[in-house]
Design a protein around this ligand. Structure first.
Ligand SMILES: Cc1cc2nc3c(=O)[nH]c(=O)nc-3n(C[C@H](O)[C@H](O)[C@H](O)COP(=O)(O)O)c2cc1C
Length: 360
């Protein structure tokens, strides 16, 4: 019998300001005063690289998320930060979040090609469609584009970006000083894209990058999100709360990928965990409790209201959740809505308990 191929676990660090937990910034072990200090992130990136992680990842939103009154928010734009981190690391992957709803494919393709050159082929793109109306309101819109249309735009966006990256062939640059020919223009071609959402002539104004394309990552788990991931993503971030839900998601996305003619291995699933670490379990549990005790209920309620599309202000913290809408009525982040609603229902949590569980 042929030996089974060794399976590899891929590890990615999701770096977030003072820490992932919403009360992390209040804990004496964190450094919330260093959110705009490059040295802080350089240290984190180097630590992750030394620990042999595959990649570091920065989330992003195009509005000030959450309540800055109660959390350390307002840090760097990810592509800018990763360009700086590329210079102090050698091997680790650098994944930036960029929205397809509030950008143009030409800008985005250009920036990722640049990061890929700057990092020697380590760029990755977390493709998001953006979940909040607060973001729409920073771009001249009163309402958020409808969920299905956001994914439609995202598909065309990725198609255009891909064509732009392909608009330079690998060997397009001739650098023939003797004949005075820099590039073979037969290998740098316009893309002449005319679609529903974009018209882009091309070619890209950045030469083909070491990877050709950045690693394509996706994180939406709605029906549209999973279909999108199955078609385009090489890695999927996800956050199921039980083993059974995680296994069902894994199977579902892999089956969809097969329907798009892709192999199982073309797509990696990266479920998220928020570890609380101590030298012993008791120490870790004590730290977890310290973090819970530092949570500001008003902040937790506001976050939860956003995730559930339901205003929870003023409700008793030790009571249950009120009646919630259905996923189909949510125009924001559908999968996060369902995950939270199911978590509360399954474990019969009060608002206070739910806020504690979601802190990380
Ligand atoms: C680990 C993880 C990281 C995410 N990071 C971002 C992010 O940085 N920016 C963002 O707008 N959405 C982010 N999301 C949300 C998704 O990208 C997606 O927009 C959201 O789930 C809505 O899609 P859906 O309705 O298909 O689930 C993240 C989700 C997960 C699970």
């Amino acid at each position: 019998m042929p030996a089974a191929r060794p399976r590899r676990l891929h590890l990615n660090a999701f770096l977030m300001n003072a820490g992932h937990h919403d009360a992390a910034w209040r804990h004496p072990l964190t450094q919330p005063d260093r959110l705009t200090d490059l040295g802080y992130f350089q240290h984190l990136a180097r630590t992750a690289e030394r620990g042999k992680l595959d990649s570091i990842f920065f989330a992003d939103g195009l509005a000030l998320w959450g309540k800055v009154k109660h959390n350390a928010l307002g840090g760097f734009e990810p592509l800018t930060l990763l360009s700086a981190l590329a210079t102090v690391t050698q091997r680790i992957g650098l994944i930036a979040t960029v929205s397809t709803t509030f950008n143009e494919p030409f800008h985005t393709a250009r920036k990722f090609a640049s990061l890929d050159h700057l990092s020697g082929g380590r760029a990755g793109w977390n493709i998001v469609t953006s979940g909040t109306v607060d973001e729409a309101r920073n771009f001249g819109q009163d309402e958020h584009l409808e969920h299905g249309l956001r994914y439609e735009r995202a598909r065309e966006f990725v198609e255009v970006a891909t064509k732009l990256w392909d608009s330079w062939e690998d060997d397009a640059v001739l650098l023939d000083r003797v004949r005075g020919v820099y590039a073979d223009t037969g290998k740098v071609r316009p893309i002449d894209h005319r679609g529903e959402h974009f018209a882009v002539r091309g070619p890209l104004n950045v030469q083909r990058s070491p990877q050709g394309y950045p690693l394509l990552v996706q994180a939406g788990s709605s029906e549209d999100g999973k279909e999108f991931a199955a078609q385009y993503a090489e890695a999927v971030f996800t956050a199921q709360q039980t083993l059974a839900d995680g296994q069902a998601f894994y199977k579902d996305v892999k089956n969809r990928a097969a329907r798009h003619g892709r192999r199982e291995d073309d797509l990696k699933i990266l479920p998220g965990i928020c570890p609380v670490i101590g030298s012993t379990e008791a120490e870790a549990r004590a730290l977890e409790q310290e973090l819970t005790d530092l949570q500001v209920p008003e902040y937790g309620l506001a976050q939860l209201s956003g995730m559930l599309g339901t205003d929870l202000t003023g409700l008793p913290l030790d009571g249950p959740l009120p009646a919630l809408p259905e996923e189909r009525d949510i125009n924001g982040n559908k999968s996060r809505f369902t995950l939270v609603a199911e978590l509360a229902r399954r474990d019969g949590l009060t608002l206070r308990e739910l806020i504690a569980r979601l802190g990380g």
